[in-house]
Design a protein around this ligand. Sequence first.
Ligand SMILES: Cc1cc2nc3c(=O)[nH]c(=O)nc-3n(C[C@H](O)[C@H](O)[C@H](O)COP(=O)(O)OP(=O)(O)OC[C@H]3O[C@@H](n4cnc5c(N)ncnc54)[C@H](O)[C@@H]3O)c2cc1C
Length: 376
Amino acid sequence: MADTSYDFIVVGGGVVGSAIGYGLAKRGARVAVLDEGDTAIRASRVNFGLVWLQSKGDGMPDYGRWTRRSADLWGPFAQELRQTSGVDPEHVQRGGVIFCLGDEEFEQRRTTIMRMHNQVEPWVYETEMIDRRQMQELFPGVRLGKELVGGSFCPHDGVSNPLRLLQSLHAALKRLGADYRPDAPARAARAEGGGFAVDTPVGTLRAGKIVLAAGHGSPALAGALGLDAPVIPERGQLLITERVAPILDVAAGGIRQMSEGGMLIGATFEDTSEYTTRATTANAVELAQRAIRIMPDLARLKMVRTWLGLRVLSPDGFPVYMESDDHPGAYVAFCHSGNTLAAVHAEDLAEAFLAPRLPERLASFHPRRFHAQKAA
Ligand SMILES: Cc1cc2nc3c(=O)[nH]c(=O)nc-3n(C[C@H](O)[C@H](O)[C@H](O)COP(=O)(O)OP(=O)(O)OC[C@H]3O[C@@H](n4cnc5c(N)ncnc54)[C@H](O)[C@@H]3O)c2cc1C
């Protein structure tokens, strides 16, 4: 009979659960990561791959600091993952840009950047506005569209390959002796005998602590553990072109070149209440048209595929980390930018879950902020 006794059960094997599970396992915890099969809604497999600081934390300075910490940790994290798993998550940190078409977009972006700088210490973002000439210097050999007036540049931004990251985390979990169980979706979870029990189709698993990191699957399990998981879906569609020779060195919101050569273009931001991932032609056209206005020569490339996923959002778009008051040792973790935050999740968040109680420095991320907003 399989060993069903763990220090931690992590429910959810997307980029959030896997990074947390990896961080716990490398610190010596006995970990099971439970996941669903291929029919599940899995946001981590629909990902632009940015490791992105410059747009994070407008209205929550702690989120800006947390993201900067992750951006700084990503280099050593990627190296360690490559060594442990044998799979390279392809992290590159050469800075990143947001393109602005026309003066209005440029002014809006400048206002946002200034507002964000005013909310935190100057070292957090170090983002600056750059003009068209400076943008051209970042993308030599690329013909920029005539409407492109410039944009913002952050030296701490970068990219990884999100599918390689997932593969690498899953392989590393295995190498560290953790159980990654894609055959074991959690049907129910409860506090039991001083620990936690999780019912799955392959039996009941038990652990001293439990982390819900199941994205859109967390709300169904949270209540029984005294946790709050106000997850909201948002549709995001991407498209990819045929492969071409390397030309885009710097990461950019909206257009990036994958290591294999394809140009990844995206993403849409669409409110929805439906849990469907049907991509639309209208979205693909809209994405392609904007990309061509930025880089007209993209019009010569064939689109190979378009697909859509559901972002895992909280009501204010910032991460949620919480420990249950009713059942200490039960945690919930969700966020939109799991690729960006993978490094800090594997380090600081894993450490926080190993502590006797969730440290006070994570208090800003508690979902009580949504109730306070309602009451105000
Ligand atoms: C279009 C798009 C672009 C994005 N681009 C970026 C980007 O550039 N940079 C970035 O940092 N992030 C990006 N993201 C976000 C990132 O991909 C992740 O979506 C996000 O961080 C959430 O990850 P997750 O692991 O919480 O969720 P998921 O990937 O959804 O993982 C949750 C997992 O839990 C499993 N599960 C659910 N219920 C159960 C259950 N009961 N038992 C067991 N398992 C269960 C699911 O099967 C799934 O595998 C993007 C997302 C989208 C949609």
